[in-house]
Design a protein around this ligand. Structure first.
Ligand SMILES: *[C@@H]1O[C@H](CO)[C@@H](O)[C@H](O)[C@H]1NC(C)=O
Ligand SMILES: *[C@@H]1O[C@H](CO)[C@@H](O)[C@H](O)[C@H]1NC(C)=O
Length: 399
């Protein structure tokens, strides 16, 4: 029938022109999308493992993101944020049901609520997967995490800092820098090692230091403090990243559950890496294969002693009858909770954030927040929103 074939032809023509339009649009976008900014000149030598930190998994073997399948809002935003900052992520389902029978010793006495139990299980499922699949190292994120657009060069600075604090392999000619290692004597004070001024041995197995030399990098948290000699068991050394333009000026930096030593003792725009102490929230961390085995043993097999972050903390601090592990952290943190517009009750499936409405989206301490800049990033615009501008007063933000 003529009318039919005519109809078919116009559909075909329509489809072809749509295809052409899509191709033109993609081409256009490919050529106009600006390269993402880096805070500093990246390491250029491709033989140096530091170069790996600029790859799609930030120099780890994998990036895992925990997401409850019902939180499609979190997954939508996370996938977009990862895509526009050049990160390759793998989702691991959050957990809603945990059987009492399946809890390790101590589990029944801890009385975690359903959200808390699910959170514990989700983090342990990832540790187990790392162990089962023999994954050298991974970055683990909760699905409301946000980061600066310049995350790749920030992580390169973190790697340089970590190398100064992670003990070099025995037999290398480099001395261990920190005189307070493995533990400080009474009255010893912390020494600062400036990143870029000190040299350490080149690691073989990970850009961040050999994986048998570190357990966990607590990169996303809601507060920490520096170790003290009175803690007895942790080295005090600090690796200092100076003139870091991605760190907001002091009036904007919020230490949440941590203390304000960073703000008191260091000039503005300084980021400091040290051993983790009293960290809260397990929103983002790097973990080595040996670290994952220890986590799985301590939190899954040996004993449940509290909430997930309390148990991570006890491993890093070496308390609650747990051996101290090599955990580093960073102030201000590199991953932070994003608080979108809307009801605060939607912030978390674990804890209660009240009934208020949040009318300013933000991520504490993150200057060029990926989440806040999604609208710009999908359009290839580069006049990024900086919620924490130099010289401006601090904004009153919700928690
Ligand atoms: C990034 O580098 C790490 C370390 O070399 C490697 O294991 C990982 O596979 C790399 N990621 C990608 C996406 O190539
Ligand atoms: C795990 O990987 C390491 C190298 O990273 C390798 O030496 C070891 O044999 C692997 N183990 C298993 C059980 O595959």
């Amino acid at each position: 029938m003529p009318s039919h074939s005519c109809y078919a032809r116009s559909i075909l023509a329509g489809a072809i022109s749509l295809c052409i339009l899509v191709i033109i649009f993609m081409r256009f976008n490919e050529t106009t999308l600006p390269a993402l900014p880096l805070a500093r000149t990246p390491s250029s030598s491709s033989t140096d493992l530091l170069h790996d930190v600029l790859n799609q998994t930030l120099g780890f073997q994998k990036i895992f993101v925990i997401n409850l399948p019902s939180r499609t809002d979190h997954r939508d935003a996370m996938s977009l944020a990862a895509a526009v900052t050049g990160l390759e992520i793998e989702y691991v389902d959050g957990v809603t049901e945990v059987e009492d029978k399946a809890l390790p010793p101590g589990g029944a006495e801890v009385h975690l609520n359903k959200g808390g139990l699910g959170n514990w299980r989700a983090h342990l499922n990832i540790a187990r997967m790392i162990v089962e699949q023999n994954i050298t190292s991974a970055l683990v994120l909760e699905d409301d995490a946000d980061w600066d657009l310049r995350i790749k060069s920030q992580m390169q600075d973190f790697a340089r800092a970590a190398r100064l604090l992670v003990q070099p392999k025995p037999g290398t000619s480099h001395q261990y820098l920190d005189p307070t290692w493995p533990q400080p004597s009474a009255g010893q004070t912390p020494q600062n090692f400036v990143v870029g001024e000190e040299v350490t041995a080149e690691p073989d197995t990970s850009a961040y230091g050999d994986i048998d030399r570190w357990d966990l990098f607590w990169l996303g948290h809601c507060g920490t403090r520096f170790p003290r000699s009175s803690d007895i068991n942790a080295p005090l050394g600090r690796a200092v990243i100076k003139d870091d333009e991605t760190v907001p000026e002091k009036q904007h930096v919020k230490m949440q559950f941590g203390n304000d030593e960073l703000i008191q003792e260091y000039p503005a725009h300084t980021r400091v890496v040290s051993r983790a102490r009293m960290n809260t929230c397990t929103l983002g961390y790097g973990i080595s294969l040996p670290g994952a085995r220890r986590l799985l043993y301590e939190l899954g097999v040996r004993k449940m002693t509290g909430t997930t972050d309390m148990m991570f903390r006890s491993l890093c601090d070496g308390v609650d009858e747990r051996k101290i592990r090599t955990c580093l952290t960073v102030q201000p943190q590199l991953f932070q909770h994003h608080r979108p517009l809307g009801a605060k009750s939607s912030f978390s499936d674990i804890s209660d954030h009240g009934d208020d409405y949040n009318d300013q989206a933000f991520s504490r301490n993150i200057r060029w927040s990926t989440r806040l800049n999604l609208a710009k990033l999908v359009d290839g615009e580069t006049d990024y929103i900086d919620l924490f501008k130099d010289g401006e007063g601090s904004t009153e933000l919700g928690f």
